[in-house]
Design a protein around this ligand. Structure first.
Ligand code: AMP
Ligand code: MG
Length: 467
């Protein structure tokens, strides 16, 4: 019995440690929040006392499916199991650049629509042009977009423009450069080439679907959609993603700094990354290290957005309240990735919406976004890996200096990649600390050094080339 009583006492102490009281605030509003929190704590302690025999479970109330310290590949695998709702909207081609196609797009026409010339020159009968210097009678002109040209008979030629239909009877084209004209006739000085006729449907046939659901609408894809006859396309609606910054020390840029406060940067950087990936960021007010405020922000985000990204508060510390609230009230699927920088992130869901808890260190949050959130967004928006929006290309680079790896962790040091001769080379500059966002600006790549692996000058390694 005394064992249970002391267990219960431990439980209460432990819970208090993981639900730290926020520092006193002068506002009325805060007093309300404090009162609510006090109620909550006491309810929790009663509950906990009743279940004291299950103390281990209570102390580590992670979701049963939560994994700890996973590889990046595993983290992606787990995250990819939860996706955002994917629905569509219709846009004009002018609005659709960079968007993701929602459904396969069929061609409304053959391309080319009719046999036409690939060159400015003469439509002729190949059999008439076996020798240089043959003279042919000019029967007329075939111009792109104009009425039908006269047929070409034996010993005849029809002047033809690029893209114009091949007149009946002609089966080859002579380039204008290979001819000289006189009154009503043309001397052929070069070859007559059937290969300069672009055949009907040789690019696409009507009903063919060269653009697939998940293709990103690059400028060429936009052009192709227009070629196929579409003035509008159905695209994936841009996901709206809540971006929530957490930390007592943070002050929005542009506002006066109090002692020991710093300018908040992550919500701006993460929002920018969300935009780059084709999402719509919703930056919330900064959240102090208060569980109640955080809960309110998460609830609001879950109501109004497709996914949630938080910054800060996911490590081991007493004030790491994102981790704490997710443990207690959310659903965590994994916590911590074996990578450096960016080890502490978590992933799970809050009220049914996918949630990424990114670390507070600015470099860490950018790196985790790049290697985890970006591919997840891409997949969740329904794109194939090769076709979706992304933030980096995987390349092989030759290091111009030694690079130190990390024990047990994938090591992503900031590197500058450039072309030198026939290969890509890489070097480093600036301090590599995970708090130094300048290192992400001064470099354009990340090393992908496997766990426990360092490299020497001249070694070739995998890297991500950021764009
Ligand atoms: P945390 O993950 O909350 O422990 O924060 C780790 C480090 O990142 C601390 O030095 C924080 O001050 C810093 N940090 C946290 N959030 C932000 C943010 N939104 N903008 C800039 N720095 C931050
Ligand atoms: Mg913090």
């Amino acid at each position: 019995m005394s064992q249970i009583a002391s267990d219960a006492a431990n439980v209460v102490i432990d819970r208090t440690a993981r639900y730290p009281e926020a520092p006193p605030s002068p506002t009325e509003e805060y007093s309300d929040a404090t009162a609510k929190r006090a109620n909550r704590t006491s309810t929790n302690s009663v509950e906990t006392t009743r279940t004291a025999l299950g103390r281990t479970l209570q102390l580590h109330r992670f979701s049963t499916s939560m994994e700890k310290g996973v590889s990046l590949e595993r983290a992606l695998e787990i995250a990819n199991r939860i996706s955002m709702e994917r629905d569509s909207e219709t846009l004009t081609l002018d609005q659709a650049t960079g968007r993701v196609l929602f459904e396969d797009l069929s061609s409304l026409v053959d391309d080319p629509r009719f046999d036409n010339s690939a060159m400015d020159g003469w439509a002729v009968r190949e059999a008439d042009c076996q020798e240089t210097g043959v003279v042919l009678r000019i029967v007329g002109t075939s111009q792109a977009g104009s009425a039908e040209a006269p047929p070409v008979g034996v010993g005849e030629a029809c002047s033809i423009m690029t893209g114009a239909p091949i007149p009946e009877g002609a089966d080859a084209i002579v380039m204008i450069e290979d001819s000289t004209t006189h009154d009503g006739s043309v001397t052929i000085n070069g070859p007559a080439r059937p290969g300069f006729i672009r055949r009907r449907g040789e690019n696409l046939t009507q009903g063919e679907q060269p653009l697939k659901s998940g293709n990103i609408l690059t400028p060429s894809a936009i052009s192709l959609a227009a070629t196929m006859g579409h003035d509008r396309v159905s695209v994936v609606r841009q996901p709206s993603i809540a971006v929530i910054g957490v930390g007592d020390e943070l002050t929005p840029p542009g506002e006066p700094l109090s002692e020991n406060s710093i300018y908040e940067s992550n919500t701006f950087g993460i929002s920018s990354l969300v935009k780059k990936m084709g999402g719509i960021p919703r930056r919330s007010e900064l959240i102090r290290d208060s569980i109640d405020d955080l809960r309110g922000a998460l609830d609001e985000a879950a109501e109004s957005c497709d996914a949630i990204i938080t910054s800060g508060g996911v490590s081991m510390g007493q004030w790491d309240i994102v981790r704490q609230i997710m443990e207690q009230e959310g659903d965590i699927r994994f916590w911590r990735i074996m990578m450096r920088p960016g080890g502490p992130p978590l992933f799970g869901s809050w009220k049914g919406k996918p949630l990424f808890g990114l670390p507070g260190n600015p470099v860490s949050s950018h790196v985790v976004f790049t290697v985890l959130v970006a591919p997840w967004m891409s997949k969740s928006m329904g794109t194939g890996e090769a076709n979706g929006p992304s933030l980096a290309n995987r390349v092989r680079v030759t290091m111009q200096e030694p690079l130190k790896g990390a024990p047990g962790k994938l090591c992503m040091r900031r590197i500058s990649i450039k072309q030198e001769g026939d290969k890509l080379v890489a070097s480093t500059s600036t301090h590599q600390g995970s708090g130094n966002i300048h290192s992400m600006v001064a470099h354009n790549g990340l090393s992908l050094l496997p766990p426990d692996t360092s490299c020497e000058k001249g070694d070739t390694i995998d890297a991500l080339w950021l764009f």
